[in-house]
Design a binder for this molecule. Structure first.
Ligand code: JCQ
Length: 231
């Protein structure tokens, strides 16, 4: 899958998206993540990308014509264009599962001072990471690309890790343990050392349900409602 990020701060996204699992996925040719400086499409020699707001007020507003030129250069019929914005639809695992169906995803990083409102006509949707304001959309863009890219077949080395999650549906993960067997008086649960695979599976399921009920009553309600109706 191809990704392109449009940003005023390429250095903020290059390292996280080139490291670890996504770095390996890029080397393996499973994903291709392009990072582009919006300033490359600025017209004058000063490379200005923003201007003062019509109607007055503090700060600067990003010009829509420059973002439009950048998108004209990058988009194809297979592109899905996303703008990072606290005013957008809330990002989630379900949204990531929808985004991975596109061949090409372009993310335009918004900026706290704002973009000309006509940007709306150039993007397919606006996505929010949550109800908080960032200085720029770069951290949101990294989160979206990471969450989508890990769903591309082959990106997660172990095929079971992605499957386990969808199997457990809306539940939180079960607790995991490794050596040492005892740490500061805390023992690894006996069942995990028993070698009884069926008992281990049912203990993990029970733990996942308990943690979800205690920590995320909202997810627990969805789980109960959906398993009740056979969904
Ligand atoms: C993204 N959750 C928070 C800030 C305006 C496009 O307009 C704006 C963009 C930003 C940067 O993104 C965020 C954000 N998801 O703050 C203000």
């Amino acid at each position: 899958m191809k990704f392109d990020i449009l940003t005023l701060h390429p250095e903020m996204v290059r390292v996280p998206l080139g490291s670890s699992i996504l770095g390996r996925a890029t080397e393996a040719g499973l994903v291709d993540i392009g990072v582009h400086d919006i300033r490359d499409w600025a017209e004058n020699k000063h490379k200005n990308v923003d201007d003062t707001p019509y109607g007055g007020g503090p700060g600067m507003v990003m010009r829509v014509d420059i973002v439009a030129r950048a998108l004209e250069a990058l988009r194809t019929d297979a592109s899905h264009v996303v703008l990072t914005s606290p005013a957008g639809r809330r990002f989630s695992q379900r949204v990531a599962e929808q985004l991975v169906t596109h061949e090409h995803m372009i993310v335009v990083c918004g900026h706290y001072e704002g973009i000309d409102a006509r940007i709306e006509t150039l993007v397919d949707e606006e996505l929010s990471l949550g109800d908080f304001v960032l200085t720029g959309g770069e951290i949101a863009a990294v989160a979206y690309v990471d969450a989508v890219a890990r769903l591309v077949p082959g990106v997660l080395g172990n095929a079971a890790s992605a499957m386990d999650e969808s199997f457990s549906g809306h539940l939180l993960e079960y607790p995991q343990y490794t050596r040492p067997r005892e740490f500061r008086g805390m023992e690894v649960p006996d069942v995990l050392l028993s070698g009884h695979h069926a008992r281990i599976e049912s203990w993990r399921q029970q733990q996942a349900e308990r943690r979800t009920r205690e920590r995320r009553p909202d997810l627990w309600k969805r789980f109960v409602d959906e398993s009740g109706s056979g969904e």
